[in-house]
Each structure stands twice: as structure tokens, then as C-alpha cells.
Design a protein around this ligand. Structure first.
Ligand SMILES: Cc1cc2nc3c(=O)[nH]c(=O)nc-3n(C[C@H](O)[C@H](O)[C@H](O)COP(=O)(O)OP(=O)(O)OC[C@H]3O[C@@H](n4cnc5c(N)ncnc54)[C@H](O)[C@@H]3O)c2cc1C
Ligand code: FES
Length: 339
């Protein structure tokens, strides 16, 4: 199906397969259509239908509260073309930059499923063919019997590798997380679409790094730290990581975090700071992660790029600190809301 997108700055044309969501078809064709979650919650991928018909593949998507169906608006990440379409997107749209990792569909096998805490599971996806991604990106995963895609950030970083590492926090009655926690999924097959996301890091950035993560939001930060440490980035730039969890029993990756050259603080919101334990290089503070970061970072925001990820309230609180206290520009605040 041919799709014509008229953006604020120019037009693009691309093909979509039967049932393929418009956003994914455009991204696959190397067109950087607007999106944030890519999974129906944020409303960023809103477009207006000028001609043609679409099928809404998730009529209950929370992101629909941002669209006006009576004005022909719909979510590109949830709707598929029924026939040739002409759309309007009220944003500037560009082709992806040469050399960027263009998303594709790829199948993979679940390996190494292991509990990291009482409600966080780690696993790897062994892809059927090698894929490039940038540190800090995510992919969409789909399992048989679970409707729709879910977004998960890679914890590792490797160019041209076949293994993507993930952590998944259990959500009560959540479709994908209950699928993962509910049975032994070793060897199960998943569909993946990606890589996606703009909260990426490359050593050419040349800025000091500030990472603020709530819970499983640490996933993408681990990828960024892996990339930075491999390039010995922290010999010439500062790195500050704040990892917020409720209690020590919710913390994971402490061994890995104690091995980075960045300075790592674990913020415990519901428990006192523990006695010095196994991870002497880690600092522990009491408080919500954005408050702990705000106290520790006061006066240290020169030449900083910040990365924020985790539950939406934690991300919003951290972004407020970065805008109002740190006075960072929006281009230097990259975030993923795990909504
Ligand atoms: C950019 C990004 C990165 C993320 N990274 C991580 C991570 O590294 N680790 C982690 O634990 N979580 C991550 N999340 C959250 C994750 O995507 C899931 O929302 C979470 O795991 C709960 O999924 P669930 O299936 O258990 O819950 P559910 O409540 O079943 O689903 C949650 C989400 O799945 C999608 N969805 C649900 N039903 C449908 C449907 N019928 N059709 C289409 N889509 C549907 C929607 O986006 C919904 O908000 C990330 C989210 C985003 C946006
Ligand atoms: S990108 Fe479509 S709703 Fe978030």
C-alpha cells in the first residue's frame, strides 16, 4: 500500500505491508516520522488522514486521548493502511541521517531468563541475524498470544551483534510481563522491531553524562555506560549515574554498576542507607531519585547531556529539575518514559 505523508517541511512516499502499522512502515523506509513510545500511549505519532482508510489495531490505546477522530486524526503507531493513504503530519520530518540504524523486523529466541529481583527478570534475545543499534535505544517485542508490541531498552551495547539484553519489570496483570514471568520462556520465539529511540549516546558527543533512572529505567543507562566505558570516555569526561529504587531488595546490576568508571549513586526512597557492603565504589542515599540527583549535582551542570528513563512520574520529576534547576536545553535532556 502506497502512503504519502505531507509534513510541515516536505512530502515523503513509502510502502506499507498488509496490516503493518503506518509508523513502522515509514521508519523502516528510513523516514524519521514523529514518535516517542511507538506503542500507543504518548500521542506523539498523531497524523491526519486526508484520503484513504485505516484500521485501528488497538482501539483502547491510551494515546488516543490526544487525537480528534472527528478531524480525521489517528495514531500512526496503532493504525494500518487499508488502501493507499495521504496523511498530514504537523511536524517537521526528515529522512534518517546516513549511517543511522534503520529499524527492521527480526525474529529472535529468548535465552538466559533469570530473576534479578523479586519483580525484575533479565533475559537475552538471540536474533536470527546481526543488528546494529546505538547505545540507549530500545526495540519493540511481540510474543505469541500477547496482543501488540511492548518497548524494551537494550542493556548491552554491541555493533553488529546478535544478542540483545533486556530487563523487564513485572506489572500486575500486564500482558507481556506476565507472559515472561508466568512460565519458563527459555527458547520462546519473539518478533522484534527496531532499533528505535533518540536517547542515544556516542562518544563523539564530548559532554559530561548525567543518567537518572527509576527502576527498570536503568536498562538503557547500562547500554550507555557500556559504550562509554569501552571508549574510556570517563577518563576525559565526568559521568554521574543516579539509580532510584524503593529498597535494597529492588536493586539490581549493583556489581555491573560498581565496575563502571562513572560515579554511581543508588537512591533508596523507602529505606535507610545500608552499612558499607559488597559494593564499596557505589554511594547510597536516601530519597527520591530526582531529589538525590538535584542535591548531588548542584553547581555541576556545565557541558552536561542528561539521560532520564523509568516510570513517567519519575521521568517528569527529573525533567523538571533538569529544566528549572540545571537550566539544560531540551536538546540536552533525552528521556524514555516507560508508559
Ligand atoms: C521507550 C520505552 C522503553 C521501555 N523500556 C522498558 C524496559 O527496559 N524494561 C521494562 O520493564 N519496561 C520498559 N518499558 C515499559 C514496557 O514497554 C511495558 O509498558 C511494560 O513492561 C508493561 O508491559 P505489560 O505488557 O506487562 O503491561 P500491559 O499493561 O499489558 O501493556 C503495557 C503497554 O503495552 C502496550 N499494549 C498493551 N496492550 C496493547 C494492545 N492490545 N495492542 C497494542 N499495544 C498494547 C501499550 O504500550 C501499553 O501501555 C519501556 C517503555 C517505553 C515506552
Ligand atoms: S508514538 Fe504513537 S502513541 Fe506514542
Amino acid at each position: 500500500m502506497r502512503i504519502q505523508v505531507n509534513a510541515r517541511n516536505r512530502g515523503f512516499e513509502f510502502d506499507a505491508g498488509p496490516g503493518e502499522r503506518v509508523l513502522y512502515a515509514g521508519l523502516r523506509a528510513g523516514i524519521d516520522l514523529p514518535y516517542e513510545c511507538a506503542t500507543g500511549t504518548c500521542g506523539t505519532c498523531k497524523a491526519k488522514l486526508v484520503s484513504g482508510r485505516v484500521t485501528d489495531r488497538w482501539s483502547g490505546a491510551p494515546g488516543k486521548k490526544y487525537v480528534k477522530p472527528q478531524a480525521g486524526e489517528f495514531l500512526m503507531c496503532q493504525c494500518a493502511a487499508e488502501e493507499a493513504l495521504t496523511l498530514e503530519v504537523s511536524k517537521f520530518v526528515y529522512a534518517v541521517e546516513p549511517g543511522a540504524c534503520v529499524p527492521q523486523t527480526c525474529a529472535g529466541i529468548v535465552r538466559g531468563v533469570r530473576p534479578l529481583t523479586h519483580d525484575v527478570m533479565g533475559f537475552a534475545l538471540e536474533l536470527e541475524r546481526p543488528r546494529d543499534f546505538d547505545a540507549g535505544q530500545f526495540v519493540l517485542l511481540a510474543a505469541d498470544g500477547v496482543e501488540g508490541y511492548r518497548a524494551y531498552s537494550m542493556c548491552n551495547y554491541v555493533r553488529g551483534g546478535r544478542t540483545l539484553d533486556f530487563v523487564v519489570k513485572r506489572k500486575p496483570e500486564g500482558g507481556f510481563s506476565q507472559w515472561l514471568f508466568g512460565a519458563n520462556r527459555e527458547g520462546a520465539r519473539l518478533q522484534a522491531f527496531g532499533p528505535l529511540g533518540k536517547a542515544t549516546f556516542d562518544p563523539a558527543l564530548g559532554k559530561n553524562l548525567l543518567c537518572i533512572a527509576g527502576g527498570s529505567g536503568i536498562a538503557g543507562m547500562m547500554s550507555i555506560l557500556a559504550r562509554a566505558d569501552a571508549a574510556d570516555y570517563f577518563s576525559s569526561h565526568q559521568g554521574h549515574v543516579f539509580f532510584g529504587v524503593r529498597t535494597m531488595k529492588d536493586a539490581f546490576f549493583l556489581k555491573e554498576l560498581s565496575e563502571t568508571k562513572a560515579k554511581v549513586t543508588i537512591a533508596l526512597s523507602e529505606e535507610d542507607v545500608p552499612q558499607k557492603g559488597a559494593h564499596a565504589s557505589l554511594k547510597f542515599e536516601n530519597g527520591l531519585v530526582h531529589e538525590v540527583a538535584k542535591r548531588a549535582m548542584a553547581g555541576k551542570y556545565q557541558n552536561v547531556r542528561a539521560y532520564v528513563a523509568g516510570p513517567p512520574p519519575a521521568v517528569d520529576a527529573a525533567i523538571r529539575v533538569l529544566l528549572l534547576d540545571a537550566k539544560l536545553t531540551t536538546d540536552n535532556i533525552r528521556y524514555d518514559k516507560f508508559s
